[in-house]
Design a protein. Structure first.
Length: 204
Protein backbone atom coordinates (compact mmCIF):
# COMPACT_ATOMS: atom_id res chain seq x y z
CA UNK A 1 0.00 0.00 0.00
CA UNK A 2 1.59 3.24 -1.20
CA UNK A 3 1.90 5.86 1.55
CA UNK A 4 1.08 9.33 0.16
CA UNK A 5 1.56 12.84 1.54
CA UNK A 6 -0.14 15.74 -0.20
CA UNK A 7 0.93 19.38 -0.20
CA UNK A 8 -1.72 21.94 -1.08
CA UNK A 9 -2.59 25.61 -0.69
CA UNK A 10 -6.31 25.82 -1.35
CA UNK A 11 -9.62 24.03 -1.65
CA UNK A 12 -8.38 20.50 -2.07
CA UNK A 13 -10.32 19.40 -5.16
CA UNK A 14 -7.37 17.18 -6.12
CA UNK A 15 -7.34 15.76 -2.62
CA UNK A 16 -11.03 14.90 -2.90
CA UNK A 17 -10.43 13.19 -6.23
CA UNK A 18 -7.80 10.96 -4.64
CA UNK A 19 -9.93 10.26 -1.58
CA UNK A 20 -12.80 9.16 -3.82
CA UNK A 21 -10.62 6.88 -5.93
CA UNK A 22 -8.93 5.30 -2.94
CA UNK A 23 -12.31 4.70 -1.28
CA UNK A 24 -13.57 3.05 -4.48
CA UNK A 25 -10.60 0.66 -4.49
CA UNK A 26 -9.25 2.12 -7.75
CA UNK A 27 -5.90 3.18 -6.30
CA UNK A 28 -3.65 1.04 -4.06
CA UNK A 29 -2.64 3.92 -1.80
CA UNK A 30 -3.28 5.53 1.56
CA UNK A 31 -3.14 9.25 2.35
CA UNK A 32 -1.00 9.65 5.46
CA UNK A 33 -0.91 13.44 5.89
CA UNK A 34 -2.04 16.64 4.19
CA UNK A 35 0.10 19.75 4.61
CA UNK A 36 -1.02 23.23 3.59
CA UNK A 37 1.04 26.38 3.07
CA UNK A 38 -2.01 28.38 4.27
CA UNK A 39 -4.16 28.15 7.35
CA UNK A 40 -7.92 27.73 7.25
CA UNK A 41 -8.22 26.39 3.69
CA UNK A 42 -10.89 23.91 2.66
CA UNK A 43 -8.26 21.33 1.76
CA UNK A 44 -7.34 20.95 5.43
CA UNK A 45 -10.99 20.55 6.38
CA UNK A 46 -11.50 17.88 3.71
CA UNK A 47 -8.55 15.95 5.15
CA UNK A 48 -9.82 16.20 8.71
CA UNK A 49 -13.29 15.01 7.69
CA UNK A 50 -11.63 11.96 6.11
CA UNK A 51 -9.67 11.24 9.28
CA UNK A 52 -6.32 12.23 7.76
CA UNK A 53 -3.80 14.28 9.78
CA UNK A 54 -3.95 17.86 8.47
CA UNK A 55 -1.13 20.30 9.20
CA UNK A 56 -0.79 23.99 8.34
CA UNK A 57 2.75 25.26 7.71
CA UNK A 58 2.07 28.90 6.78
CA UNK A 59 4.61 30.25 4.31
CA UNK A 60 4.20 33.79 5.66
CA UNK A 61 5.42 32.75 9.11
CA UNK A 62 8.89 31.89 7.77
CA UNK A 63 11.47 34.46 6.79
CA UNK A 64 12.88 32.49 3.88
CA UNK A 65 12.30 29.43 1.71
CA UNK A 66 14.87 27.43 3.63
CA UNK A 67 13.13 27.90 6.97
CA UNK A 68 9.77 27.16 5.39
CA UNK A 69 11.11 23.91 3.98
CA UNK A 70 12.65 22.98 7.33
CA UNK A 71 9.13 23.12 8.73
CA UNK A 72 7.65 21.19 5.80
CA UNK A 73 10.18 18.37 6.17
CA UNK A 74 9.56 18.26 9.92
CA UNK A 75 5.81 17.91 9.30
CA UNK A 76 6.31 15.14 6.73
CA UNK A 77 8.99 13.06 8.43
CA UNK A 78 6.84 11.27 11.08
CA UNK A 79 4.53 9.94 8.34
CA UNK A 80 7.31 8.39 6.21
CA UNK A 81 5.61 8.95 2.83
CA UNK A 82 6.63 6.88 -0.18
CA UNK A 83 5.38 9.60 -2.52
CA UNK A 84 4.56 13.28 -2.15
CA UNK A 85 1.89 14.86 -4.35
CA UNK A 86 1.84 18.59 -5.05
CA UNK A 87 -1.77 19.68 -5.51
CA UNK A 88 -2.04 23.39 -6.18
CA UNK A 89 0.89 23.97 -3.83
CA UNK A 90 1.94 27.57 -4.48
CA UNK A 91 5.28 27.56 -2.64
CA UNK A 92 8.59 25.90 -3.53
CA UNK A 93 9.22 22.47 -2.04
CA UNK A 94 12.86 21.41 -1.77
CA UNK A 95 13.64 17.72 -2.28
CA UNK A 96 16.88 17.90 -0.28
CA UNK A 97 17.79 14.45 -1.56
CA UNK A 98 15.29 12.84 0.79
CA UNK A 99 12.45 12.81 -1.71
CA UNK A 100 14.27 12.88 -5.05
CA UNK A 101 12.25 10.91 -7.59
CA UNK A 102 9.36 10.68 -5.12
CA UNK A 103 7.52 13.97 -5.67
CA UNK A 104 4.89 14.45 -8.38
CA UNK A 105 3.12 17.54 -9.63
CA UNK A 106 0.29 18.17 -12.08
CA UNK A 107 0.37 21.32 -14.22
CA UNK A 108 -2.66 22.61 -16.18
CA UNK A 109 -0.83 22.95 -19.51
CA UNK A 110 1.44 20.95 -21.79
CA UNK A 111 4.90 21.49 -20.30
CA UNK A 112 7.25 23.03 -21.40
CA UNK A 113 4.67 25.51 -22.75
CA UNK A 114 2.96 27.91 -20.35
CA UNK A 115 4.95 26.78 -17.34
CA UNK A 116 7.40 28.14 -14.80
CA UNK A 117 7.19 30.83 -12.17
CA UNK A 118 3.98 32.84 -12.38
CA UNK A 119 2.13 30.27 -14.48
CA UNK A 120 -0.50 28.89 -12.14
CA UNK A 121 -4.29 28.73 -11.98
CA UNK A 122 -6.14 31.13 -14.25
CA UNK A 123 -2.85 32.76 -15.38
CA UNK A 124 -2.06 29.59 -17.33
CA UNK A 125 -5.39 29.46 -19.14
CA UNK A 126 -5.36 33.18 -19.91
CA UNK A 127 -1.93 32.77 -21.51
CA UNK A 128 -3.09 29.76 -23.51
CA UNK A 129 -6.05 31.66 -24.91
CA UNK A 130 -3.96 34.74 -25.69
CA UNK A 131 -1.45 32.64 -27.62
CA UNK A 132 -3.96 31.23 -30.09
CA UNK A 133 -2.90 27.60 -29.68
CA UNK A 134 -5.49 24.95 -30.54
CA UNK A 135 -4.52 22.37 -27.92
CA UNK A 136 -3.96 22.54 -24.20
CA UNK A 137 -4.13 19.91 -21.48
CA UNK A 138 -2.30 18.76 -18.39
CA UNK A 139 1.10 17.35 -17.52
CA UNK A 140 1.95 15.02 -14.66
CA UNK A 141 5.66 15.04 -13.93
CA UNK A 142 8.23 14.23 -11.31
CA UNK A 143 9.06 17.49 -9.55
CA UNK A 144 12.52 18.86 -8.90
CA UNK A 145 13.74 22.13 -7.41
CA UNK A 146 12.51 24.24 -10.36
CA UNK A 147 8.94 25.33 -11.00
CA UNK A 148 7.11 22.98 -13.41
CA UNK A 149 10.30 21.13 -14.22
CA UNK A 150 11.35 17.51 -13.95
CA UNK A 151 10.74 14.43 -16.14
CA UNK A 152 7.28 14.13 -17.68
CA UNK A 153 5.22 11.05 -16.80
CA UNK A 154 1.89 11.60 -18.59
CA UNK A 155 0.22 14.27 -20.67
CA UNK A 156 -3.40 14.56 -21.72
CA UNK A 157 -4.75 17.02 -24.29
CA UNK A 158 -7.98 18.97 -24.70
CA UNK A 159 -9.09 21.23 -27.58
CA UNK A 160 -9.05 24.98 -27.17
CA UNK A 161 -12.36 26.23 -28.55
CA UNK A 162 -13.04 29.54 -30.26
CA UNK A 163 -15.51 30.63 -27.59
CA UNK A 164 -13.47 29.46 -24.60
CA UNK A 165 -12.97 31.60 -21.53
CA UNK A 166 -10.29 30.86 -18.92
CA UNK A 167 -13.04 29.26 -16.83
CA UNK A 168 -14.39 26.94 -19.52
CA UNK A 169 -10.92 25.89 -20.57
CA UNK A 170 -9.92 25.29 -16.95
CA UNK A 171 -12.96 23.04 -16.44
CA UNK A 172 -12.03 20.94 -19.48
CA UNK A 173 -8.40 20.64 -18.35
CA UNK A 174 -9.47 19.67 -14.82
CA UNK A 175 -11.43 16.73 -16.21
CA UNK A 176 -8.31 15.19 -17.74
CA UNK A 177 -6.21 16.09 -14.67
CA UNK A 178 -8.57 14.00 -12.53
CA UNK A 179 -7.78 10.98 -14.69
CA UNK A 180 -4.09 11.50 -15.41
CA UNK A 181 -2.81 12.25 -11.90
CA UNK A 182 -4.21 9.09 -10.25
CA UNK A 183 -3.05 7.07 -13.27
CA UNK A 184 0.52 8.30 -12.78
CA UNK A 185 0.35 7.45 -9.08
CA UNK A 186 -0.98 3.97 -9.88
CA UNK A 187 1.93 3.38 -12.26
CA UNK A 188 4.34 4.49 -9.52
CA UNK A 189 2.68 2.19 -6.97
CA UNK A 190 3.03 -0.73 -9.37
CA UNK A 191 6.73 -0.04 -9.92
CA UNK A 192 6.25 0.70 -13.61
CA UNK A 193 8.01 4.08 -13.80
CA UNK A 194 11.75 4.52 -14.33
CA UNK A 195 13.46 7.90 -14.57
CA UNK A 196 16.03 7.92 -17.36
CA UNK A 197 17.62 11.37 -17.48
CA UNK A 198 14.95 13.80 -18.68
CA UNK A 199 12.56 10.99 -19.64
CA UNK A 200 10.30 8.66 -17.72
CA UNK A 201 10.16 5.14 -19.09
CA UNK A 202 6.83 3.42 -18.52
CA UNK A 203 6.68 -0.37 -18.44
CA UNK A 204 3.33 -1.15 -20.06
Amino acid sequence: MLRIAMLLSGGGSTLQNFLDRIAAGALPARLEVVVSSREGVLGLERARRAGIPAVAVPRKQHADVGGFNDALHAALAPHRPDLILLAGFLSPFQMRGTYAGRVMNVHPALIPAFSGKGFYGHHVHEAVLASGVRLSGCTVHFADDEYDHGPIILQRTVPVLDDDTPETLAARVQLVEREAYPEAVRLFAEGRLRIDGRRVRIRW
